[in-house]
Design a protein around this ligand. Structure first.
Ligand code: HEC
Ligand code: HEC
Length: 298
């Protein structure tokens, strides 16, 4: 065989091998890309507390199959089934429907969601994070438990009325990092405002259920009428160092061995206690960097 023929045959063999292996390789890579997206989505669903509001509070409840009651001054809302069941869950949704729900608080048919679903916070998520969440939710077993009707009286049960509420209190669009803040503080801001929706309880509301923006995270009356502590540096357990705060948010124990009220205990179990150490540290760095706001006069 001449060397040029050898070279030509070598190229043919190479071409065949490449053709035979590339699609499989590409498929493998796509699969591990999808796996990574699902894994990230699972973490995000913890960081955003999706499980708690979409799972009934009882032993043996099916995760994400809905039924959890959320008491508000306007009545009780129930987190719906968000498993991929085609009738009782969101099995017939597209990814675009899901992004529309989180970013704009709209149902696939265009009707408004009630802000008991914290989309005013979730709107701050990046598209990439929403897609990862979607990928994760698609992997859940479909569950046939029907969603429960909200127990909310007139006029608060009118989806159309939410349009006016949105004009006043809802700014759609992803979180924009502050160019003057450190990357950790920006990550903490994203975790606290877009994912963790800590303001849903820690920011006081006016009589229309809209957050008082000038009292952001400054505490006051919470959704169930109880007092919620101020998280700005004016108040946040001044005597607690970062270590104490980190222990509290990861284990639910205060330095003197106390446990928090159940509303916060649940946030710790389902959300802050499941964050990576770096994310928890970022959240604390962000809380420490908040502008000081004194407690509201009673
Ligand atoms: C504080 C409680 C709460 C949290 C946290 C929460 N949800 Fe919900 N969610 C609700 C309520 C209540 C509704 C029903 C709103 C309505 O009927 O207008 C809802 C509705 C939905 C819907 C629409 C379902 C349908 O059938 O139309 C989806 C999808 C959804 N949530 C996904 C999520 C995801 C994903 C997360 C986490 C990122 C999440 N939710 C976190 C309370 C919550
Ligand atoms: C469902 C309502 C709710 C949500 C959501 C919530 N909290 Fe809380 N939080 C509370 C309540 C109630 C307390 C008071 C607990 C107590 O005093 O026993 C509290 C207490 C705290 C404390 C202790 C403050 C102090 O001075 O005693 C910290 C820190 C805290 N929350 C951080 C957070 C962070 C960070 C988030 C978001 C990831 C968050 N909370 C979300 C209800 C909530």
């Amino acid at each position: 065989m001449t060397s040029s023929l050898q070279a030509a045959m070598g190229m043919v063999v190479f071409a065949i091998l490449t053709l035979a292996t590339t699609p499989a390789f590409a498929q493998g890579a796509a699969q591990s890309g999808a796996q990574a997206s699902i894994k990230r989505g699972e973490y995000l669903s913890k960081a955003a507390g999706c499980l708690g509001c979409h799972t009934e509070e009882k032993k043996g409840a099916v995760a994400y199959a809905g039924g959890r009651g959320l008491k508000t001054p306007f009545g009780t809302f129930y987190g719906p089934n968000i498993t991929p069941h085609p009738q009782t869950g969101i099995g017939q949704w597209t990814e675009a429907d899901f992004l529309k729900a989180l970013r704009h608080g709209k149902r696939p048919d265009g009707a408004n969601y009630f802000p008991a679903f914290p989309y005013p916070s979730f709107t701050g998520m990046t598209d990439a994070d929403m897609r990862d969440l979607w990928a994760y939710l698609r992997t859940l077993p479909a569950n046939a438990q029907p969603s429960r009707k909200h127990d909310v009286g007139f006029p608060y049960n009118i989806r159309f009325a939410v349009t006016f509420w949105k004009w006043l209190f809802f700014t759609p669009g992803p979180f924009t990092p502050d160019p003057k803040a450190t990357p950790a503080v920006n990550r903490g801001a994203y975790l606290t405002t877009a994912l963790g929706h800590c303001g849903e309880c820690h920011t006081p509301r006016n009589f229309m259920g809209g957050p008082k923006r000038d009292r952001f995270l400054a505490g006051g009356k919470g959704p169930e009428g109880k007092n919620i502590p101020n998280l700005t540096p004016a108040r946040l357990k001044k005597q607690w160092g970062d270590k104490e705060l980190s222990d509290f948010l990861s284990t639910g124990l205060t330095p003197d061995g106390d446990v928090p009220a159940e509303a916060m205990g649940e946030v710790i179990r389902n959300t802050t206690g499941l964050l990576t150490p770096a994310d928890l540290a970022a959240m604390i760095a962000y809380l420490r960097a908040l502008p000081e706001i004194a407690d509201e006069k009673k």
